[in-house]
Design a protein around this ligand. Structure first.
Ligand SMILES: Cc1cc2nc3c(=O)[nH]c(=O)nc-3n(C[C@H](O)[C@H](O)[C@H](O)COP(=O)(O)OP(=O)(O)OC[C@H]3O[C@@H](n4cnc5c(N)ncnc54)[C@H](O)[C@@H]3O)c2cc1C
Length: 413
């Protein structure tokens, strides 16, 4: 029977970062995925490495916004009616976690991870030659109504407390940063310390290549074959069965497929999201991610073109795509930016793996010796992959963790 020190299941940005950190600490590691590294959720995101994130996405409190969503008129959110009965308990928990005091607690709990996000990526990028995909030119958020801008007050106050720089801009200030934008908004906020990637897939692949160069083994296999075999965890791969004393489950939105049969039930929800790519008309250009907050979408320059990502869709992970949000947001986008032709024929659909309290699970699986969990990074898995890899590898090897991992424990549920 083939044996290794640790098996990492899932080669998204989280699993690849965990595997790379473990191999750098001298463990023999096998990284198992049914596909190629970084090809799922870690490919299709908006590419933002957001060390500045303060408050997580919250349940809407504005009645008008709720009505718009309920009536399926909101660009920022959609839902499948048939999925609502299933998602209601999760939504209620999400609503409770969205109370102002809870958001502040979450912001404090997540700070150590976000504070290291950009730096941990940069370290891996320098080792892997991936620095060319990194843009350190911030993130611009636009607000069309005075009300949505005024609602940022608590975030501004918290940013000041933490010493996170931001610039509140008028239309001219925002257009000086992004000259192709039309003045259809009233306010803007520039977060200079946010970074972004021009090609998230290429970055995950570069980290995976570094893992292989350091002696890590990459295998194809179905993670659902994970089971106990005596003192070991065993997984079936194309190269045969493989045993290890430690296994890390980092399967993003697919993690419940493996944990469910083991009797581990954690309240993971799914917020689906879509993307499409476009050219820009004439000399129009975009140099950084731009969020059109009130219209519920984000545009960001990528290797493939200008990537338009949608807000959230509450629907079963594997339900057929329903990209209706594009119909609602395209008129708003076309008035903001001179968009050219569509580049891709197929709309990409992915699933953000989200716990109701907007914290990931990083640490031991409850009741299962040798089983570790690293998933549920919601809107910020690309940002937090490398910091997660460092933290869990420190925990697994008995090193002092760079921060207290308690807020991310599965035991909190
Ligand atoms: C529209 C959208 C925009 C986003 N924008 C951002 C952003 O700007 N910044 C940011 O930080 N985050 C963003 N995110 C979130 C981020 O993309 C995710 O949190 C992150 O990619 C999750 O990474 P992961 O490694 O946990 O999961 P994944 O990347 O999904 O990796 C899971 C892996 O598990 C494998 N797998 C699944 N089932 C099996 C099986 N049975 N056997 C073997 N392998 C299996 C898959 O093949 C996959 O490779 C966005 C997400 C979406 C949907």
């Amino acid at each position: 029977m083939a044996r290794t020190d640790a098996i990492v299941l899932g080669a998204g940005i989280v699993g690849v970062s965990v595997a790379l950190h473990l191999v750098k600490r001298g463990l023999a590691v096998a990284l198992v995925d049914r596909g190629g590294a970084g090809e799922e959720t870690s490919y299709g995101n908006a590419g933002i490495i957001e060390g500045n994130t303060i408050f997580p996405a919250a349940f809407p409190t504005d009645l008008a916004a709720l009505m718009r969503i309920a009536l399926k008129r909101a660009p920022e959110a959609n839902y499948h009616l048939s999925f609502l009965p299933q998602v209601v308990p999760w939504l209620m928990a999400f609503r409770r976690a969205s109370r102002p005091q809870r958001l502040i607690e979450t912001a404090h709990a997540m700070r150590p991870l976000f504070a290291r996000a950009v730096g941990e990526h940069e370290t891996l990028m320098q080792e892997t030659g991936a620095s060319r995909y990194l843009r350190k030119n911030g993130w611009l958020k636009l607000y069309r109504s005075a009300g949505s801008f005024a609602a940022l007050k608590p975030e501004f106050e918290f940013a000041a407390q933490l010493g996170i720089p931001l610039e509140a801009l008028d239309v001219d200030g925002a257009c000086a940063l992004e000259p192709s934008l039309a003045p259809v908004f009233r306010h803007a906020v520039f977060w200079p310390q946010a970074a972004s990637l021009s090609d998230p897939l290429a970055v995950t692949r570069a980290y995976a290549a570094r893992f292989a160069a350091l002696g890590g083994v990459t295998l194809k296999g179905d993670a659902r074959s994970l089971h106990r075999a005596g003192q070991y965890w065993r997984v079936e791969t194309d190269a045969g069965a493989l045993d290890a004393e430690a296994a890390v489950v980092a399967l993003g939105p697919w993690t419940p497929d493996v944990l469910g049969p083991l009797g581990i039930r954690l309240p993971l929800g799914i917020k689906r999201g879509y993307h499409r790519h476009y050219t820009a008309q004439g000399n129009a250009a975009l140099s950084r991610p731009v969020l059109d907050n009130d219209a519920g979408y984000l545009i960001t320059p990528m290797a493939q073109g200008i990537r338009l990502t949608t807000g959230i869709e509450l629907a079963a992970r594997d339900a057929a795509p329903t990209p209706v949000q594009f119909d609602r947001l395209m008129p708003k986008l076309r008035e903001l930016f001179p968009l050219g032709a569509r580049v891709d024929e197929k709309t990409w659909l992915g699933s953000r793996p989200c716990f109701p309290d907007s914290r990931p699970v990083i640490g031991r699986a409850p009741g299962e010796a040798g089983l570790w969990l690293a998933f549920g990074h919601a809107h910020w898995g690309l940002t937090l992959g490398p910091a997660t890899g460092r933290l869990i590898s420190e925990m697994m090897t008995g090193a002092t963790p760079f921060c207290d991992p308690a807020p991310y424990g599965a035991e909190r549920f």
